[in-house]
Design a protein around this ligand. Structure first.
Ligand SMILES: [Zn+2]
Ligand SMILES: [Zn+2]
Length: 149
């Protein structure tokens, strides 16, 4: 491959990368996941997708109609396959939040306080204090239900 060819290829790759990083998202509502807890719908995860870069923003909703969250576009956008819910059980209380895997988070537990969690790409959760958390991917439950046990 001559220099010019190499240069053009690198430039192309760079343009694609810039496009993804700097996308001015055009968001549409893609669907929802019902979160089932103790046999009842405990909440809904709304899925918003950008029609330009194809990335997703997912957000928890407890009641009511889907409403575009204010942080869409400035908030985290990631592939749908990465999004899931983090389930935290401290004592008898069960809480969940919506996050993409493959990142580290500062998480607040009712009982244990602030702790650092890392969710790997496979959805394994490592807590700095060794507390048990579960992570459930939402992709396969789109327009259906996800049962939390
Ligand atoms: Zn976009
Ligand atoms: Zn927790």
């Amino acid at each position: 491959m001559d220099f010019l060819k190499k240069y053009r290829k690198a430039k192309k790759r760079c343009a694609l990368w810039n496009f993804i990083l700097n996308c001015e998202h055009e968001i549409f509502y893609e669907g929802a996941v019902n979160v089932i807890l103790d046999g009842e719908v405990n909440g809904v995860v709304d899925i918003w997708r950008c029609r330009k870069c194809n990335k997703v923003h997912a957000d928890a909703r407890l009641v009511g109609e889907p409403k575009l969250p204010e942080n869409v576009g400035t908030g985290v956008m990631d592939d749908l396959k990465k999004w899931g819910i983090l389930v935290c059980r401290s004592q008898n209380k069960l809480e969940w939040s919506v996050l993409p895997a493959g990142k580290e988070y500062l998480h607040r537990c009712e009982v244990y306080g602030d702790e650092r969690l890392f969710i790997d790409d496979e959805g394994n959760v490592k807590c700095e204090n060794g507390h048990e958390h579960a992570f459930l991917f939402i992709e396969k439950s789109k327009n259906s239900s996800l049962v939390v046990r």
